[in-house]
Design a protein around this ligand. Structure first.
Ligand SMILES: Cc1cc2nc3c(=O)[nH]c(=O)nc-3n(C[C@H](O)[C@H](O)[C@H](O)COP(=O)(O)O)c2cc1C
Length: 686
């Protein structure tokens, strides 16, 4: 058995044994009803995780105190939340999955307190005393001893309710700059009283009193786990590993059932409120020392390892885990449990697939950061369109089996064909190229795979089509009116992609101006022969496009293209006709890309009007109407896609039902997240 340790049980307490070492890492889903009530959406979502075979679920973001906007969090500060929570727990238990409840309050990291005043924390801090200039950190006010007492009482009351609701335990959240974390860290805690920073006993006092209180009211055997930062980064006074080890020792003595080790970074940077690091386009200099860890077991795993050396309680490691990394960490005794966040968002069935050795069928998180976009919106996953839409997008047998032809083997077409076939339809997938994947190969080459990695999407969908479904795959076949007339399907789904139209500007057809269409054609053979990663590397050595390149288009295609070219030493500028840039790039990436391009002195001009292009370069007017010229060896048009409905329209007279999905519908459907979601929705509705 390859993942023996990962799949082995672990006795957490005398009454609770986990069937494997995998824990659903707590993550806010933002699927709650208004006023923090449990929703079917939360239940359906976590049920998919429970069914998938994870050893323990931690339900994230449960408030013990009425604060924060509804919808984002759940609550247990009142008995009125008990019925919903009971229903939730019962549904998880149906699948033999224990569930803990993680209590949450953003504390000093909130924008304000519930009355609109300063957010509360251990100490009064002005903005300039803050750890970082990040806009999400606000001046705080100091909690009085009476208020601390009140929060403690409410926290413990909420834990009592959690027990009543049937939760198997609770997780005390003392990580990520939130309420309890702020008492542990010098960054926030400047108190001098019994909750002050001067001793470990004092800084952990509130957390320990809460744990004691929960034990007293819920019973000694009621499991209490704790999540802490193994290390904080990027601020004066940030908690060191030495400090967190001392804190862990105190927790261990208290008999907590596990210590979950995360981390936290203060801006301008990485690992902020959602603890991960996205070194796109490049890691900052100060992060370079951490990059080996990032590429190895993960940025925080070493903290778990160090903490494990000084405690007896099981230690949880987290961060960008896969089954091999997890097994390596566990089998080398660096941690006892592995928390999986986005891994299970991408594929709730991950634990069962690992158990059954169905490794190639795992849907991999591609680190696209779509789940954080928008930061305060209901979570969605690029590769798992059913996340948060489990009922709506469930794959059920079709009422009548039909003859379906899908034209186009990109992500939209593949997902649609896969799902339709699983539902029992007779599906033919027609692709003009000699392999599946469409433009994903080019996207993968441009993006690289250091941070975001698109290749697993191609691999997974291709395998599902070729080996796991009954799809009749026709490669090297163009979806034409003639073919459709001959095959006579009941329904055609057109997923052939949109058009990368060239702007109507004099000189646009010159040899020194090219768009995505030509670039795709040129890259097709090298991509085929070398693959995206090697071609990405090779273009660092050789990219014969001249040295001064002007990109027309400042949205996802143009910005990612600019990063790609700048990394290859080109002198790049971006011209965008609208007044904004970065459309389609999750904020997590865009913030960094914009900053990086600025530092690298890549000019980005918005609101430009293109005049004409000649052999010298691009003539345009800037947003003030001034005549401008950019000398260019090469002009690359990387504008957004426009809809392409010609094929669909010509099929409507010969097929009773024709649909268009993915980027053939234009820019708003052009990202991988749209393509897969539209493919899935079409597949389940045929
Ligand atoms: C969108 C998002 C929301 C999160 N919300 C929480 C949370 O409410 N509580 C918490 O302790 N951690 C939260 N986390 C951190 C995760 O639990 C986990 O530590 C992190 O995602 C790294 O693990 P992964 O690489 O397996 O996703 C969140 C992470 C993400 C990406």
């Amino acid at each position: 058995m390859y993942h023996k340790t990962l799949l082995s049980p672990l006795k957490l307490t005398d009454t609770l044994t986990l069937k494997n070492r995998m824990i659903k890492s707590p993550q806010s889903t933002m699927y709650w009803d208004d006023d923090y009530f449990m929703s079917d959406r939360v239940i359906d979502f976590y049920e998919s995780i429970a069914k998938g075979g994870v050893g323990l679920i931690i339900l994230a973001g449960i408030l013990w105190y009425p604060a924060h906007p509804g919808g984002i969090y759940g609550a247990l500060y009142d008995d009125k939340y008990l019925p919903g929570m009971k229903k939730f727990v019962e549904r998880m238990h149906r699948h033999g999955c224990p569930v803990f409840c993680q209590f949450h309050h953003t504390g000093p990291s909130s924008p304000s307190d519930d009355k609109g005043g300063r957010p509360f924390g251990p100490s009064r801090l002005e903005q300039e005393e803050m750890a970082s200039p990040l806009p999400y950190l606000h001046a705080t006010r100091e909690l009085t001893l009476e208020e601390i007492e009140e929060h403690k009482r409410r926290y413990i009351d909420a834990a009592v309710r959690a027990k009543e609701a049937g939760f198997d335990g609770v997780e005390v959240h003392a990580a990520h700059g939130y309420f309890l974390a702020s008492f542990l860290s010098r960054v926030w805690n400047r108190r001098t009283d019994q909750y002050g920073i001067q001793s470990f006993e004092n800084r952990t006092r509130l957390m320990v009193e809460i744990i004691d209180g929960i034990r007293e009211r819920c019973g000694e055997d009621f499991p209490v786990g704790v999540r802490i930062n193994g290390e904080e980064y990027g601020a004066k006074g940030a908690m060191t590993l030495e400090e967190s080890r001392e804190i862990a020792k105190i927790l261990d003595k208290k008999g907590v059932c596990y210590i979950s080790v995360s981390g936290y970074g203060f801006g301008p940077l990485p690992m902020t409120y959602v603890p991960d690091y996205f070194p796109y386009p490049e890691p900052e200099d100060y992060m370079k020392p951490y990059m080996d860890r990032y590429r190895g077991d993960g940025v925080y795993a070493y903290c778990a390892e160090e903490i494990k050396k000084v405690v007896n309680a099981p230690v949880v490691a987290v961060g960008r885990m896969d089954e091999n990394k997890a097994e390596r960490i566990l089998s080398r005794g660096k941690a006892d449990l592995i928390a999986l966040g986005r891994t299970l968002w991408a594929d709730p069935e991950f634990p069962n697939k690992v158990r059954d050795g169905r490794i190639d069928d795992i849907v991999r998180c591609t680190r696209c950061a779509t789940c954080e976009d928008p930061p305060r919106g209901a979570r969605r996953c690029r590769v798992n369109p059913a996340m948060g839409r489990e009922t709506e997008l469930e794959i059920k047998p079709a009422a009548t089996f039909r003859k379906v032809m899908v034209i186009g083997g990109g992500p939209a077409g593949m997902e649609c064909a896969r799902v339709a076939s699983l539902r029992g339809h007779h599906v033919t997938l027609v692709e003009k190229a000699s392999r599946l994947g469409g433009r994903l190969f080019l996207a993968s080459m441009i993006k690289g795979s250091d941070v975001e990695d698109v290749k697993p999407v191609i691999k997974y969908l291709t395998r599902q089509i070729t080996e796991r479904s009954g799809v009749d795959l026709r490669l090297n076949t163009k979806g034409t009116v003639e073919l459709v007339a001959k095959e006579r399907p009941d329904v055609v789904v057109v997923a052939t992609g949109g058009t990368y139209a060239l702007p109507d500007v004099p000189g646009i057809r010159r040899w020194n101006v090219q768009g995505v269409k030509t670039m795709s054609k040129l890259a097709a053979l090298p991509l085929r022969v070398l693959g995206p990663d090697r071609l990405n590397e090779l273009t660092r050595l050789m990219l014969p496009l001249g040295s001064r390149i002007t990109i027309i288009g400042g949205q996802i295609e143009g910005i990612q293209g600019a990063v790609f070219l700048k990394k290859r030493g080109k002198n790049v500028a971006v011209l965008e006709t609208s007044d904004h840039i970065g459309e389609g790039i999750p904020p997590r990436y865009m913030e960094r890309a914009a900053d990086w391009l600025k530092k690298k002195e890549v000019p980005i001009s918005t609101g430009v009007t293109l005049q004409f292009i000649d052999k010298e370069g691009v003539h345009y007017r800037d947003d003030q109407g001034r005549e401008c010229f950019r000398k260019s060896d090469f002009v690359l048009v990387l504008t957004r896609q426009t809809p392409e409905h010609a094929l669909a329209d010509s099929l409507r007279t010969i097929v009773p039902e024709v649909h268009v999905i993915g980027s053939a519908n234009g820019a708003a459907s052009s990202l991988i997240v749209h393509a897969i979601a539209e493919g899935r929705a079409m597949g389940v509705n045929l």
